[in-house]
Ligand binder design. Structure first.
Ligand code: 3HC
Length: 311
């Protein structure tokens, strides 16, 4: 690449300017953003599946309406993010094909099953809570369309996190069985939520470049630590324990020390060995095939409109 163009690009990024679709950018910048934004979009869309599983089983109309609104938001986040990724030159079809062919990733967290209603609360509180921690800095990511998409997404994630916490608070006021369900959900969702922030900084191949080009504003471990520090007091307020015997407040550091994450489990789930990974992909392929008529009808309608405009 032309060194003068690269130097000008890096000066703009270092100056906290937004890079826009028509601006010159290094191919590696385009590639890593297409990778990250499309995988973020896949995560949003696949993330609708575990929650959809409980829509018809919600315990009240109020909870059903809230869950429906959240799932609808996730779908919207996915479409926002696919649009942002398309501005980098990759088509929607190419991105979906990469997901279905197992070439593109989605967040490991969605390869865990939702066994009961408390899981829906744990997903809102922990998974969307982790998502907020990871996505607030992305509102200042150097690629304009991605940063702007994150502003709307973060507002909605806050509602997702609060409704999940409220759901668990209500269950903690319930019977001993309901309280036990909340603790069980915490035990199953805590560690996979920490894995959402990605591998440790000393084993994060994309981080150095992403930090240099201000795609990533904070590292995987920094955001994970922020999440632990913010979430442990919330668990205490709920009256449940964090399933980590090594968790301990470290006055000197001003942070919680916490136990080792099982990175073997993480990489196994990334490789698609997660408990329900095959089910998720089967459901996504079926949705894509069964939804073809909607895409065709929309395209036919658009073609008719265009013909009318041209006439
Ligand atoms: N699940 C699956 N793959 C993961 C992962 C996870 N939890 N964490 C990391 N990986 C993958 C990376 O994608 C990368 O693989 P690739 O090069 O093939 O893409 C590899 O592991 C090495 O990780 P790196 O740390 O080097 O990769 P990144 O610098 O991209 O950091 C990330 C990973 C922090 C997830 C970053 O990509 C990111 O911030 N992405 C945007 C946010 C996002 O995607 N969040 C998904 C959560 S779901 C969500 O937010 C929906 C909400 O509604 C709950």
């Amino acid at each position: 690449e032309d060194p003068a163009l690269l130097a000008a690009f890096e000066a703009r990024v270092a100056n906290d300017e937004f890079i826009e679709p028509k601006d010159w950018m290094p191919e590696a910048y385009r590639r890593t953003l297409t990778r990250q934004i499309s995988q973020h979009a896949h995560s949003e869309i696949v993330g609708m599946l575990p929650e959809g599983n409980w829509l018809t089983r919600a315990p009240s109309l109020k909870r059903k309406a809230i869950l429906l609104a959240k799932i609808q938001d996730e779908g919207g986040h996915g479409l926002y993010l696919y649009c942002a990724a398309e501005t980098l030159g990759t088509s929607r079809e190419q991105m979906i094909e990469a997901l279905h062919a197992g070439k593109a990733k989605y967040s490991t967290i969605f390869n865990y099953p939702t066994l009961n209603w408390a899981d829906i609360g744990a997903i809102g509180w922990l998974v969307d809570g982790a998502a907020i921690m990871n996505q607030v800095p992305l509102q200042r990511t150097s690629y304009g369309p991605y940063a702007r998409a994150m502003v709307r997404v973060c507002k909605e994630e806050s509602f997702h996190q609060r409704q999940g916490y409220d759901l668990l608070l209500e269950m903690m006021k319930g019977t001993p069985e309901q309280r036990a369900m909340v603790q069980d959900a915490m035990n199953r969702w805590w560690w996979p939520s920490l894995m959402m922030f990605g591998p440790p900084d000393d084993n994060s191949p994309n981080s150095a470049q992403s930090i240099r080009w201000r795609i990533k504003r904070e590292t995987n471990d920094e955001l994970r630590q922020k999440f632990v520090d913010a979430t442990v007091p919330q668990a205490e307020l709920l009256g449940i324990t964090v399933p980590d015997p090594d968790l301990q407040w470290n006055e000197e550091r001003g942070h919680y020390d916490f136990g080792a994450i099982d990175w073997n489990e993480f990489y196994a789930v990334v490789r698609g060995e997660g408990p329900v990974a095959r089910e998720r992909m089967k459901a996504r392929r079926a949705a894509w095939d069964e939804g073809a008529w909607v895409r065709e009808a929309a395209a036919a309608w658009e073609a008719r409109q265009a013909a009318r405009r041209a006439a």
